[in-house]
Ligand binder design. Sequence first.
Ligand SMILES: [Zn+2]
Length: 234
Amino acid sequence: MSRRNFLAGAPALGFVPATKKLKVVVAGGHPGDPEYGCGGTIAKYSGLGHDVTLLYLNRGEKGCPGKTPKACGSTRVAEAQRACEILKAQARFADETDGQAVVDQAHYEAFRRILESEKPDVVFTQWPIDNHRDHRATSTLIYDAWLRMNKRSALYYYEVSDGEDTLMFHPTDYVDITQTEPRKRTACYAHASQSPDRFYSLQSQVAHFRGIESGHAQAEAFIRQTASPGNFLP
Ligand SMILES: [Zn+2]
């Protein structure tokens, strides 16, 4: 069965079928964004044998006070690679510059080529209403690539550092991460340069609240894009 047929035949409210190995791409502005927003869900996908790529818009090279951008970028790439090892995922970088995301014709095309080369069945990106411009840019670039790829993959938005970054997020779907939260936590703490005590504490409060909403101890919440084919959450 081709992927197109598979997606066309997918139930509106289904589950990840055991027989199909999915390619999952989780995009984020900086190293750490996909892990904080979706780490429990990523661990579930990889635990089920699916391929997951974490696609970072930049290397977070402005995020280490007192370090040069080059040194900071190296530190954060190493942290991202360690986080991906913990989540059994691959790291990929889109080579934009931290804090200076460019969204124009050339960058739309470059980003689409990257996403297309991953041949994704499921794509996650940051919610576009966010206080950080790199997060907003990531969302815009993914949405445009998804349209140009004829809406072939399932598309979901995730939340990160609510109130500080993500705003006005009203979930449509939830994933129970009670079992995978310890791996998510370890992956987030791999970003040791990024004050994990502070930011994981906030994300953990969100996971408990999303758990209350959805009837689990802890959950990650998503907004499913309208016209996204099927439901491919684990
Ligand atoms: Zn970020």
